[in-house]
Design a protein around this ligand. Structure first.
Ligand code: FES
Length: 68
């Protein structure tokens, strides 16, 4: 899906994917806000940590792949 283009099948401009044993991938037309509600970025896709191990939260840094 091209940025700024609504998906014809879903009517959405962003897609949220839960990656098995990994992060949440958000792609499409998005704005990413920090806790102070300042716009920090407007990427075309981001990967958000959902395992709690990332040292770069809220982003995934692939720490979920490491074994203990
Ligand atoms: S999901 Fe990748 S580091 Fe947490």
């Amino acid at each position: 899906m091209e940025r700024n283009e609504l998906d014809e099948n879903t009517g959405t401009s962003a897609i949220v994917e839960i990656i098995d044993n990994g992060p949440i991938k958000i792609s499409g037309e998005i704005m990413f806000w920090d806790l102070k509600r300042d716009i920090t970025d407007s990427p075309s896709e981001i990967y958000l940590c959902r395992c709690g191990k990332s040292s770069n939260k809220p982003y995934c840094d692939s720490s979920h792949k490491m074994r203990l």
